[in-house]
Design a protein around this ligand. Structure first.
Ligand code: UDX
Ligand code: ADP
Length: 462
């Protein structure tokens, strides 16, 4: 089966960039990205894309209007496609059975029902969103039960491994492409059809094919292993602070062991992002559901350690500022969950700002890409009431504006521009003693101390 028309349901951080890359690499395939969120689609059709991602503007501009289209007409997009990516959100359930752990599959289910309603002929449905194992079977059941026009379907799992901030490079040159499908002649043909799309730019040996369940599970496990490395090094960061060791030196020392490797052992104020916590919770729920409480508890500790790392950072600030931050201005540099993205989902900054606000601090936030409305929404959803938000939160347009008259400054996102701050200027602007809490270990410790700052750097002993 040759694919000539693709559609993607969901124009988010995954669907948007992934489809833009497919469209850029396959000019002869029509790629339509459909989302019910009109504002989001309008932004994808404008010069101000809803997702900040280095290099994304260029590939969208190359393909948009040629073979890449963004639309809210979801039904037409489905009807016209041979292959449909489902890239809708799968947030953690906040209610009922499995609340706080299981994935909320209502968007997946409604997408499947719509596909069934609209489709004719043969279609390949591809799960792109991260989903619990066995979701493909739920999708198959919904499709089979609701198809009205004698349509036939093959469901594939093709998880996305791109990381935000490096999405374009990750899509252009992925470590691997994973495609899971039914091990029947029809399933294998569908796998081959999707593989042939990626083969336009990805070497065949990088395309791994498996059964459906292995593919679905591998996505959760990949994220759990990555997050586990960060929690492991973060547990050691506390020990470094207590002993006078330097966590970056420890990471370098262990990372040169080829069995350990150098990546994902950078200590931080805690991992964030839309995937790690959600996927581990999902894995925990799966283990519990299959009667494996010890395995569930093992993975739950990765999240527990991450929450502890964030709380520990706030406690350090409060204790250092003479046990009270009430009424004190604290500059927050960085609100995104990592550099080079405007995404704030599960950002450590939300947790830290919330806890500082509960201590009645005044916080002055600067982030180069996150907009004010997003920060307000995140803090409101974290339980900060509008009055406190109005009186105690200031959004600034430079690190220096945030630092002015602050008692302390905290770096929470590793934006490159924070590595080149004018430290003497910052010092002059701040109240004395001037405290720095570097949650990303990006500031030069010796230079800070030479200027007179009282500096705490995560994972570095005094
Ligand atoms: C992650 C996975 O990397 C990606 O493969 C998957 O598809 C989606 O989830 P993402 O959440 O976009 O990607 O970003 P990632 O680079 O993994 O960072 C996640 C969090 O971990 C960030 O808050 C980051 O700052 C933090 N992190 C990362 C560390 O604290 N230390 C590290 O060494 C690496
Ligand atoms: P991700 O980071 O996984 O891309 P996002 O939340 O950024 O997640 O994007 C998911 C998108 O999916 C949202 O823009 C949402 O409006 C969209 N969406 C949800 N359900 C459907 C659906 N049935 N059809 C099309 N789009 C949908």
């Amino acid at each position: 089966m040759k694919i000539t028309s693709i559609c993607c349901l969901g124009a988010g951080y995954v669907g948007g960039p992934t489809m833009a890359m497919i469209a850029a690499k396959c000019p002869d395939i029509r790629v339509t990205v459909a989302d019910m969120n009109e504002k989001r689609i309008a932004a994808w059709n404008s010069d101000d894309l809803p997702v900040y991602e280095p290099g994304l503007d260029d590939i969208v501009t190359t393909a948009r209007g040629r073979n890449l289209h963004f639309t809210t007409d979801i039904k037409a997009a489905i009807a016209g496609a041979d292959l449909i990516f489902v890239s809708v959100g799968t947030p953690t359930k906040s209610y009922g059975i499995g609340a706080g752990r299981a994935a909320d599959l209502r968007y997946i289910e409604s997408a499947a029902r719509l596909i069934a309603e609209v489709s004719e002929g043969h279609k390949i449905i591809v799960e792109k969103s991260t989903i619990p194992v066995k979701t493909a079977s739920a999708i198959q059941t919904i499709l089979a039960a609701n198809s009205t026009k004698d349509a036939t379907f093959q469901v594939l799992s093709n998880p996305e491994f791109l990381a935000e901030g490096t999405a374009i490079a990750d899509l252009e040159n992925p470590d691997r492409i994973l495609i899971g499908g039914e091990q029947t002649p029809e399933g294998l043909a569908a796998i081959q059809a999707l593989a042939s799309v990626y083969q336009r730019w990805v070497p065949r040996e990088k395309i791994i094919t498996t059964n459906l369940w292995s593919s679905e599970l591998s996505k959760l496990v990949a994220n759990a292993f990555l997050a586990q490395r960060i929690s492991s090094i973060n547990s050691i960061s506390a020990l470094c602070e207590a002993t006078g060791a330097d966590v970056d030196e420890v990471a370098r020392a262990i990372g040169t062991d080829s069995r350990i490797g150098p990546k994902f052992i950078k200590s931080s104020v805690g991992f964030g992002g839309s995937c790690f916590q959600k996927d581990i919770l999902n894995l925990v729920y799966l283990c519990q559901s299959f009667g494996l409480p010890d395995a569930a508890e093992y993975w739950r500790q990765v999240i527990h350690l991450n929450d502890w790392q964030k709380s520990r950072f706030v406690e350090k600030i409060v204790r250092t500022l003479f046990n009270t931050v009430n009424g004190k201005r604290i500059a927050i540099l960085g609100f995104a969950f990592k550099k080079d993205t405007n995404d704030t989902r599960e950002s450590a900054a939300i947790h830290i700002c919330r806890d500082l606000l509960r201590e009645r601090a005044h916080i002055a936030i600067y982030d180069p890409q996150v907009d004010a409305a997003q920060i307000h929404q995140d803090l409101t959803e974290a339980g900060i009431d509008p009055e406190l938000l109005a009186t105690n939160v200031e959004l600034c347009d430079s690190p220096y504006a945030a630092a002015e008259n602050s008692h302390a400054l905290a770096t929470l996102t590793e934006w490159d521009e924070f590595r080149h701050l004018d430290l003497p200027r910052l010092y002059d602007l701040m109240l004395k003693p001037a405290f720095v809490f570097d949650g990303r270990a990006i500031l030069p410790t010796t230079a800070l101390k030479a200027l007179g700052f009282d500096a705490f750097i995560i994972g570095k002993g005094a």
